[in-house]
Design a protein around this ligand. Sequence first.
Ligand SMILES: [Zn+2]
Length: 251
Amino acid sequence: MKFFNYFCPLCWRPTTENKRFCPIHRQPNGAKEYKKRRRQLERAAFLNGWSHPTNDIFNSLISKVIAPKSVNRSITDSSINRVDDDSLSRISTICASNYQECFRLISAVNTKRFKSIDEWGGAVIRVIDKSANEATVNDWKKNCSECTPSNKRLLLIHLFARIETEKTALPEPAKKGPLIGTISVNQEVLIALLKAYDDQQQLKTKINLAALAKRHGLTRQTMHAKWIMLLKNPEVYRKAIKMQKNQQKTK
Ligand SMILES: [Zn+2]
């Protein structure tokens, strides 16, 4: 079962497979939020040296938090000799120790009030998403109804893991263009990349990222990620380098 398909690829919110994005990140209504989130995810990829497509970055961040599968395993292991395999309070105890920020935020949602994972998850969504879009809750319930009991539990753990990722693992969105700090360290690399970019534009030459990476002591993946960043807005990088060179001159 592909749990990622039950959530918006850009955030924690549940959605159905055919809608793909949540109401916040669905275009064109979500255009502004979508762009902001895109910049945030691109920054995360940059910091991790990833060259993943934007729609895969949030999902990759989840495994940096704590992968739902391993949390699920501790729940199943703890149920040895126990009959009430899906007791909500036990799921809650184990998830709370793994997804602390998420559980701090949903502390008002008392599991004792709920009879099922469907209801509990719905309440969690309403607490996290104050502008509660009922469509999101309905999508959650619809997805739950398609799951076997053990998959439903795993789906709930995915929801917690995504909320934890949203609240703890996302960097501030990158401003348009590079951050000053990253430029000073990588000025040499950026100049080389800009030159390669210009050559490519003017002379139609192919760039050799592997050779560039080797020359600057970087991995190919890191160099590739930098190249992708540069391609988004080469002129901003050009200006930043120029600015920094001027600053150095006046020092
Ligand atoms: Zn979303």
